[in-house]
Design a protein around this ligand. Structure first.
Ligand SMILES: *Cc1c(COP(=O)(O)O)cnc(C)c1O
Length: 450
């Protein structure tokens, strides 16, 4: 078999991207106060800000969009949507929401109260915020290897089962309304969770009669990592792996903007009849009627098809190979990255890349702005600007939108990163001129230090 992995699609519709000169980018960056969130997207050549909702839909999805039934209640599109979700996830109740965080808000709003504790391998930021919004405590229990950027472990997203047991023993079972498992572990570098770990976590939950929920946003990528890295799964189809994984839980939250291959959408699943009734009642108040939940019928159709496409082996092989290709080509030249490459993104370790810049001068913002200046690439800082003093690492995330960029785009990104690597000693830090009182990274204004 030839070893070149090609994009498993051909292109039917193109979206032009625009070149800018270095002088223009210098001016654009000044006007955006050195905050890439404040740049107009048209002035970005390659946009790696996020893989959320930025993917390209297939011809099958676009055809399904035309089949959308926009009936308020009992829409045919809801039947297709819930059928597709049930086929993969296997849960009894399927509740559509406008995106992942809406599913989280409804789940935690009903199951959690003040003083409760929610364990997770690593809470995603919206997940943590929604747990904390109901005055419960969000506790991360990822294995120690998952906290070390240079440690190479096949399942760095695994839950530390011993730490989970200790946490339940310490706070008491009554204070733990549910346990969550995030697949793949986004905030931990897009690292997968093994099936063995899922089984162990599930056993602990069953022993204490605590429901297990998946934060399933990147379930298809996680299934593929299990297929290629875990013994006994080599010849299984990613869909069978996903079905087995979800069979160990009681429900899930999902953002269809990730492995739903759609531009908007999400859902919430549960096997619990009483909980589902309460969730639907709250859904009607804030999202919409339970057969559309804040989405158009055409969105439900796109998601129904997208979920199945996300599990196709050719797609997953290309997806994981393309992310690894970027990571491996820069790492081979000495660029420090979080190892091993995750499913949806590569993370540059900015403290190792720019050791001359202290955290107070935002090394990862400096690196991200330099990538834009050098080649019009937009990435995102995950470090001291985003988390303040709570930041544990200074990272630049390069998230890869699904089915959007080709091999030559990735080659270009590699080239630009290596150019910046060569001139790393001349890069300076930044100082903060304005910050909002919460989520400051979205609107902060900065300038280079003198
Ligand atoms: C994106 C994401 C969410 C939130 O989903 P939205 O659709 O952005 O609201 C929750 N958890 C994880 C792991 C995610 O990656």
């Amino acid at each position: 078999m030839p070893h070149t992995i090609i994009e498993p699609f051909r292109i039917k519709s193109v979206e032009p991207i625009r070149w800018t000169s270095r002088a223009q980018r210098e001016e654009l960056l000044r006007a955006a106060h050195y905050n890439l969130f404040l740049l107009p997207a048209d002035d970005v050549l390659i946009d790696l800000l996020t893989d959320s909702g930025t993917g390209a839909m297939s011809t099958h999805q676009w055809a399904a969009v035309m089949e959308g039934d926009e009936s308020y209640a009992g829409s045919r599109s809801f039947e297709r949507f819930s059928g597709s979700v049930r086929d993969i996830f296997g849960y009894k109740h399927v509740i559509p929401t406008h995106q992942g965080r809406a599913a989280e808000r409804i789940l935690f709003g009903i199951t959690c109260k003040k003083g409760d504790v929610v364990p997770n391998n690593t809470h995603f930021d919206t997940t943590r915020a929604n747990v904390e919004f109901v005055a419960a405590e969000a506790v991360d229990c990822v294995i120690p290897e998952g906290r070390d950027p240079r440690c190479n472990h096949p399942f760095k997203g695994n839950m530390d089962v011993g730490a989970l047991e200790q946490l339940i023993a310490r706070v008491g079972r009554e204070r733990v309304p549910l346990v969550m498992l995030t697949v793949t572990n986004n905030s931990g570098g897009g690292q997968p969770v093994s099936m063995e770990n899922v089984r162990q976590v599930s056993a602990v939950c069953k022993k204490h009669k605590i429901p297990l929920y998946f934060d399933a946003c990147r379930f298809a990528e996680n299934s593929y990592f299990i297929k290629v890295r875990e013994k006994g799964y080599e010849s299984k189809h990613p869909k069978q792996i996903a079905q087995e994984m979800f069979s160990y839980g009681d429900g899930c939250t999902m953002s269809a903007k990730k492995d739903g291959m759609a531009n908007i959408g999400g859902f919430l699943c549960t096997n619990d009849d009483l909980l589902a009734q309460q969730e639907k009642d709250l859904l009607i108040l804030t999202e919409g009627y339970p057969t559309y939940g804040g989405l158009a019928g055409r969105d439900l159709e796109a998601i129904a098809v997208g979920l199945q496409e996300a599990l196709e082996e050719d797609y997953l092989r290309y997806r994981i190979a393309s992310t690894a290709y970027l990571g491996n080509h820069i790492a081979a030249q000495g660029v420090p990255i979080v190892q091993p490459p995750g499913g949806h993104a590569i993370y540059l370790d900015a403290s190792a890349f720019l050791p001359q810049i202290p955290p107070a001068q935002f090394p990862a913002v400096a690196l991200a702005t330099e990538l834009y200046l050098e080649g019009g690439i937009r990435s995102v800082e995950i470090g001291s600007l985003m988390f303040g003093k709570a930041a544990k690492m200074e990272l630049v995330r390069l998230a890869i939108p699904r089915r959007v960029y080709t091999q030559s785009h990735v080659d270009y990104v590699v080239e630009i990163i290596l150019e910046v690597w060569k001139k790393r000693e001349s890069i300076r830090g930044l100082k903060l001129l304005y910050e909002a009182s919460f989520l400051r990274h979205f609107t902060a204004r900065l300038e280079p230090v003198a």
